[in-house]
Write a protein that binds this ligand. Structure first.
Ligand SMILES: *Cc1c(COP(=O)(O)O)cnc(C)c1O
Length: 479
């Protein structure tokens, strides 16, 4: 176990050479009132530069990451992010620009925003894009504020959002945050929306249906045209959770399917490292009359070819300071421009093929509750292992850690018992996928609930009491 910097500290050891204070003692007494001055030096750790360097490099090497391991965390699209995009985002012209620069001094950066808005409008089939939201869930709640304002302007009293039970958990949460009432409808045996339940749920107070597609089961919704027709006939709107766009780039567009609003996750599909909590970006797209409500400012191009920031006519206002997470925007454009339309399509095709390859190879040893062609991910169930050998999804996940793999997403989606949600992405080689499959098969065939009870045994942190870790986290080193 790596000791803390406080434990490694030795009195008098020094890693920096701060300059002499240029403030005379006498002045300090004058400038800082007595009761705001420290009596003694703060208990900071004292270490050499070498100590500090080794400490943090050692800690960093304990991390699991896409750069070190296969990371099949379903719903998160943990694909490898090409260094080229980082290079583009670290150009001084982008990193050093002041967020309050005048438009005329920021032409290159505004051009990047404008190009990305256009590229995302093309990819999603929407009329207008706002790059402001900082995450997928932020994009959702932003869109729902838009829905709310739209119906307010129409003078219609619509306060209900319909959410299928196979949607992402952020959907009902965002709807509630935006002040709507949430009505959940079930999936049919095939994993698609139950149309009968939908028809019963829709009424004159329905504002919007939020559809995660592909759903959290990794399945393409089979009844989209019918769902759009039912919702639109009721005067409500269709919202597309496009965080899983990695399955569809260049193949299918929410705009063409009949959706009015969409969000996408640049930090998933469009190659920004994530998993450590950001920064992310969740642009929203809108069609027709809804475009006027998007948060701004957005980049627009004038007749003379210059760029400027402009607010939409009925904008709901800002949802993020300045230009959104600008460097994520740069990375996404670098990624899109590198691959081009044909390359994006091939990336999605490869992601779908990889998931189906793994699905078919694992479906005998594990239970596959929805046995049909999947998109970028698939959901297995450990319910059979649980019945036969008392091995739970959690045990499978922990066993994988000892075999050198990040665990898949487990116990999500909620509608699958003992769920194991696996998303390989397009960036993994056949050899890596095969090694993961072998590890999964090895666990199913050779492990027992006893042998897995202590797993992981090879990592710095072994099996945790997860309830205690969540309820009584110890986040501080007691001095
Ligand atoms: C990841 C994800 C979200 C939420 O995105 P965040 O950036 O984590 O807020 C929403 N919907 C789906 C389908 C997702 O996979």
């Amino acid at each position: 176990m790596e000791k803390t910097v406080f434990e490694k500290s030795r009195p008098g050891r020094l890693g920096v050479m701060p300059p002499e204070s240029d403030c005379p003692e006498a002045n300090i007494a004058e400038l800082i009132p007595e009761d705001m001055r420290r009596g003694e030096a703060p208990p900071l750790p004292e270490l050499s530069e070498c100590d500090v360097m080794r400490h943090f490099v050692n800690l960093s090497q304990k991390n699991y990451s896409v750069d070190t391991h296969f990371y099949p965390l379903g719903s998160c699209t943990m694909k490898y992010n090409p260094r080229r995009n980082e290079k583009a985002a670290s150009l001084p012209g982008f990193t050093d620009i002041h967020p309050l620069s005048e438009d005329k001094d920021a032409q290159g950066s505004l051009e990047v925003m404008h190009e990305l808005q256009n590229a995302l409008a093309e990819i999603t089939g929407m009329d207008a894009i706002s790059l402001q939201p900082a995450a997928g869930a932020h994009g959702e709640v932003t869109s729902l504020f838009t829905v709310s304002r739209y119906f307010h302007d129409l003078g219609e009293d619509r306060n209900i959002i319909i959410v299928p039970d196979s949607s992402h958990g952020t959907n009902p949460a965002s709807a509630a945050l935006a002040g709507f009432k949430v009505v959940t409808i079930p999936s049919d045996a095939d994993g698609s929306v139950d149309l009968k339940a939908l028809k019963e749920a829709v009424n004159e107070h329905t504002a919007c249906l939020m559809l995660t597609n592909p759903s959290t089961l990794g399945l393409f919704e089979a009844h989209i045209s019918e769902i759009c027709r039912i919702i639109h006939e009721a005067g409500a709107l269709m919202y597309y959770d496009g965080a899983n766009m990695n399955a569809l780039m260049g193949i299918a567009r929410p705009g063409d399917m009949g959706f009015d609003l969409v969000h996408i996750n640049l930090h998933k599909t469009f190659s920004t490292p994530h998993g450590g909590g950001g920064p992310g970006s969740g642009p929203v797209g809108a069609k027709g009359r809804l475009a006027a409500y998007l948060p701004g400012p957005r980049a627009v191009k004038a007749e003379d070819g210059s760029y400027r920031l402009q607010r939409a006519e009925k904008t709901i206002g800002r949802v993020k300071m300045f230009w959104g997470n600008f460097l994520v925007i740069v990375k996404a454009l670098a990624y899109i421009r590198t691959l081009g339309g044909a390359g994006l399509k091939r990336a999605s095709q490869a992601a779908v093929m990889a998931a189906n390859y793994m699905r078919v190879r694992l479906k005998e040893a594990y239970h596959l509750p929805y046995d049909r062609m999947c998109m970028h991910e698939f959901v297995l169930s450990a319910d059979r292992l649980k019945k036969e050998k008392h091995i739970h999804a959690l045990d499978v996940a922990k066993g994988l850690l000892d075999r050198g793999f990040h665990a898949p997403t487990i116990y999500f989606p909620l509608i699958v018992e003992e769920a194991l949600m696996i998303e390989p992405t397009e960036t993994e080689s056949l050899e890596t996928m095969d090694a993961f499959i072998e590890a999964m098969l090895d666990i199913a065939e050779n492990e027992s609930s006893e042998s897995l009870a202590k797993a992981p045994e090879t990592l710095p942190v072994t099996r945790l009491d997860e309830t205690k870790a969540a309820r009584k986290p110890v986040l501080q080193w007691p001095q």
